[in-house]
Design a protein around this ligand. Sequence first.
Ligand SMILES: [Zn+2]
Length: 533
Amino acid sequence: MSKYRYFIYARKSTDTEDKQVLSIESQLSEDHALAKREDLSIAGVFIEKRSAKRPGRPVFNDIMRRIAAGEADGIISWMPDRLSRNSIDSGQILYDLDENTLKDLKFPRFWFENTPQGKYMLSLEFSQSKHFVDNLSETTKRGMRTKVERGEFPGLAPFGYINDIRTKTIILDKRHAPLARQIFERYSHGDQTIKDISAFLLAHGAVGRNGKPMNWEKIIGILRNPFYYGQFVYWGELHDGRHEPLISKSLWDKVQKVIEQRSHKMSPESSPAVFCGLLKCPCGMSITATTKTRTQINGNFHSWTYYHCSHKSKVVRCVERPVREFLLLPQISALLAEFSLPTEAVSWLSDKITSVENTEIGKNSSVSENLRGQISELAKRQSVLLDSFLDQDIDRAIFVAKKNEIMSEKRNLEESLENLERDQNCWVEPMRNWLTRVDSICSAIKNCDYGEQKRLLLEIFGSNLFLKNKNVVAESDGKSNSPLNHIWFSLRETNKKYRQNGGQKNFCQFLEPPFGFEPKTYGLQNRRSNQLS
Ligand SMILES: [Zn+2]
């Protein structure tokens, strides 16, 4: 249970600004789901049906007052724009976070943490919702709008590009473009920090406008900008740009993942006792670790760790005895080793995945061809519509109504296409990732990488590992809720049989008959790979 108490705040106005926003009920259900998931205590639920364009919302002001009075510590809300779309309310929230009268915010659809980075992201999000309102409240700036429709970004060129004043377009900045590309590549590997990137840029003579090395905000701003793969954000929407992309979308996605992971630091393996959170005591409580240190007479430090029941239960008197860490380590590795595969089996499986994937792609290509045709037809209709609006053949109301109709239909088709493409091989990516992890088992054991061993065991067993009589045991095997649960355990079965046969036969042949390798959970029971080939 978190130490904070939260107010839930849901808001939807009948104004145009909230057309796209979820209903109050749906917001509340996502908020409650988050509270349940993170075990947050709720001090009250508040609903407001007012616009947040201007300050002076009675319910919002009321909860801010109550929080200042100590009735709660934080707010759960669907998205930051539910809390504020104007600079005064945004400012108050950020100020209260700084002053620590408001201690935390939680959003089902937005990551926030009360740290300088979290507050920076929040203020960006706030200024974007304000920008959105600013734009809505103005009459359409036709010039700007058509520029956007043509795929021209109506603003200052980002790092690596320059505004060509002559042609009024954005072109590559020959000096900085290669650097911009390189920082995406460097950061995507996950082994460099923003500080490293800043130093790299400085070493190549790239600095911020003030002449100082680029700071965290600036570099994150670059790495998060879709401009570099060819799209840009305007009015909160993504548009296809006409400028030359510097990187691929997949590289950009990879970088987003790294940023995401970095912002969720506080990883369990950074704690000194590596197996905390992995094991449970048979009494139902969690296993925790204690490290003792002693200074020996010769001045050397001697330290040891032991794992033991947290003894939190008030009903059960736990009798389990503590275990020294060095006794635990070989048990953990041995348990994991049951799930490892020889290298040749890994590459055999990998080839197999590729061949099944290719068969499926062939089957679905005509359907997606057809969908693509319909989508491009709609795009044409959209541009004809825009032309007639600009020629003033139709008025704005008709234009907007028609455009929305087309956009919504287009989105439906695009979604069907995405679903088709995802479903046809929805098992491929999880399967490949799984295989990579199988492959990593051997090295995790060999390198005594216990953080990695713990991650793997958590995936395989979920919360079903117990420390019983100083032994690591798995209760209710195969009932873990990992989506790849079934496949981990059939892998272990196959391994066992192979070893019982004395390891004589080729392991790959041994895999074939009982071992269909797509996960059961993806609804593919009826077409397992070994039946397809
Ligand atoms: Zn216990």
